[in-house]
Design a protein around this ligand. Structure first.
Ligand SMILES: [Zn+2]
Length: 247
């Protein structure tokens, strides 16, 4: 262990980064459709985000991917229109727009290999960071991407209205780092991404439109940077690598 920790310090420049990701997707009849996604690495500047976009893809349980057809799109959309609550109409429209945009593009980087390469650029075997991301894990598993995944959330740890920003190892739920965010009055023990972000940052980050995965990535990264400033990057990375090693 002492040897491993020494190496972590020495080889700092070749160590993994945290790759913040968000996916827009639909689960329908056991079929998973990936609509778009976005990624930004922990060492890049704030708004340096790559978007994955193009014709949406269907990912089967065995990891096989196929382009979504327009026929499948209308089936998926009419299914969601039926089950969604009226107050979620704006979300539905944004989701439809995201799909339509993908069909109109004449290029795509929404493929398994391109997404996987972003996590393993320079053979760093990056750590994937998601916001409240239990569902993003379904996509990663179907895409056969096996990098370690950590989860960032704002949680009312003691159920008394005091929220904490927490980073955990997603698969085992082991704690990596935690800092207080303060009191917040709401029903439920988890804050949404914008609720948590607006506690610690007043910057609007030139947000284009909601439900663009780029926006979620920028806000998540802002929260992660806050955690890093309180706890130091090296400490968070070391703890994550130790947990990844033992899992
Ligand atoms: Zn911010």
């Amino acid at each position: 262990m002492a040897q491993q920790q020494k190496d972590l310090t020495v080889n700092y420049k070749t160590l993994p980064k945290f790759s913040v990701v968000d996916f827009e997707f639909a689960l329908y009849d056991d079929l998973l459709y990936l609509i778009s996604g976005a990624i930004s690495h922990s060492d890049s500047v704030e708004n340096d985000v790559t978007k994955f976009e193009g014709i949406p893809i269907r990912i089967d349980k065995d990891g096989k991917t196929m382009n979504m057809t327009r026929r499948e799109q209308s089936k998926v959309l009419s299914f969601f229109r039926r089950i969604l609550a009226p107050k979620k109409l704006a979300q539905f429209k944004a989701f439809k727009m995201e799909m339509d945009n993908g069909f109109k593009l004449c290029y795509t980087n929404l493929t398994r290999n391109i997404i996987a390469n972003h996590f393993n650029f320079e053979n760093r075997n990056n750590i994937i960071l998601v916001w409240n991301g239990s569902t993003d894990v379904i996509i990663l598993e179907r895409l056969r991407i096996w990098n370690a995944v950590v989860n960032l959330e704002a949680y009312d740890v003691y159920n008394n209205g005091d929220f904490f920003l927490r980073l955990t190892f997603l698969r085992t739920k082991q704690l990596i780092a935690q800092v207080p965010l303060g009191k917040f009055y709401k029903n439920g023990r988890l804050l949404s991404l914008t609720e948590a972000h607006d506690i610690i940052c007043w910057d609007s980050h030139e947000i284009t439109y909601l439900h663009d995965p780029r926006v979620d990535v920028i806000l998540t990264k802002c929260l992660f940077n806050y955690l890093v400033n309180e706890e130091t990057f090296e400490k968070i990375l070391k703890r994550t690598l130790v947990l990844a090693e033992s899992s």
